[in-house]
Design a protein around this ligand. Structure first.
Ligand code: ADP
Ligand code: MG
Length: 278
């Protein structure tokens, strides 16, 4: 495609989305591979300059695991579920809120943007309570979002970068799933889009073919089927929850594709899986 066609194809999307907020869950390869990290940060700066307000919520599971190994902190499991005990939580907070969060902020600055990194604990941005059911330690479900902080930061020209930690009403710190944290934030701020980056091409059907568009009722059925397992379950569920809460469109896209976010937002074909509509 000629350069001019690419720019012209983007124009209607720029017009439609100027002034809108997109919440992006960042993680996986896009957050580990040097070239992808830079490209992602540059994409965010571009979005911000065309008037779109990106809000980033990041993960960090593999980085946390590596630090736990380095520090010789053993991991306990209950029925296959990792337990976040006191010493583990200390490492979770150190890695998420310390290393990863500040690295993303730095990447955005390196690309000419402005970012403010914060944890969900700051200003009680995220309030959580301990997950019900099996005791897996300091893992929480978001029960409240103080969206004013995000609006203030975005409105002042900065890109908010949020580590998925939350304050508990009981005074504890909780780690929350980054996908669900992103979904809760998208709902609370009335985001136009929720975009989840992951390391697969999108939601795959039983024949491992990428599904490009999923209606809400189809997604509800699919998530209960055998085709969807593991980490894809909370992703689809949080997309459904976000849609029910007023978010217009949700996307699960491949973060291994360079410039995945721009391709999704500014091209007619988009990429990955879009979950929206009835
Ligand atoms: P992330 O770090 O992006 O949250 P997760 O491992 O938690 O990644 O979730 C994504 C994973 O879900 C995929 O890598 C894949 O192994 C798994 N998965 C299970 N079912 C599906 C499906 N139907 N389509 C795509 N991925 C699926
Ligand atoms: Mg996951």
């Amino acid at each position: 495609m000629k350069k001019i066609e690419v720019l012209l194809e983007a124009l209607p999307y720029m017009r439609a989305f100027s002034g809108c907020t997109f919440v992006v869950k960042y993680g996986g390869a896009a957050m580990e591979k040097e070239s992808l990290k830079k490209e992602f940060a540059r994409d965010l700066v571009l979005l911000k300059y065309v008037g779109i307000n990106p809000v980033i919520v990041h993960g960090g599971g593999p980085q946390i695991e590596r630090m736990l190994t380095r520090l010789d902190i053993p991991t306990r499991f209950v029925d296959g579920l990792r337990v976040t005990d006191g010493p583990t939580l200390e490492v979770v907070e150190m890695v998420l809120s310390g290393s990863i969060n500040k690295e993303i902020v730095q990447q955005i600055h390196n690309m000419g943007g402005q970012a403010i990194g914060l944890s969900g604990k700051d200003g009680k941005l995220l309030v959580a309570e301990k997950v019900r059911g099996k005791d897996i330690g300091f893992v929480g479900d978001v029960v409240a979002v103080n969206d004013k902080i995000i609006r203030d930061i975005s409105g002042s020209g900065y890109i908010p970068v949020i580590a998925p930690l939350a304050s508990g009403a009981d005074g504890s710190t909780y780690n929350v799933n980054a996908d669900t944290a992103a979904g809760s934030i998208a709902k609370a701020i009335g985001a136009e889009k929720l975009i989840l980056l992951t390391d697969v091409p999108g939601v795959l059907d039983e024949n491992l073919k990428t599904i490009s568009i999923l209606k809400r009722n189809e997604a509800k059925k699919l998530v209960k089927s055998k085709a969807v397992k593991g980490g894809m379950i909370p992703k689809i569920e949080c997309c459904l929850d976000a849609l029910a809460g007023g978010v217009k469109k949700t996307h699960i896209i491949d973060g291994r594709t360079p410039h995945a976010v721009l391709l999704e937002v500014f091209t007619d074909s988009g990429i990955g899986t879009q979950i929206a509509g009835e």
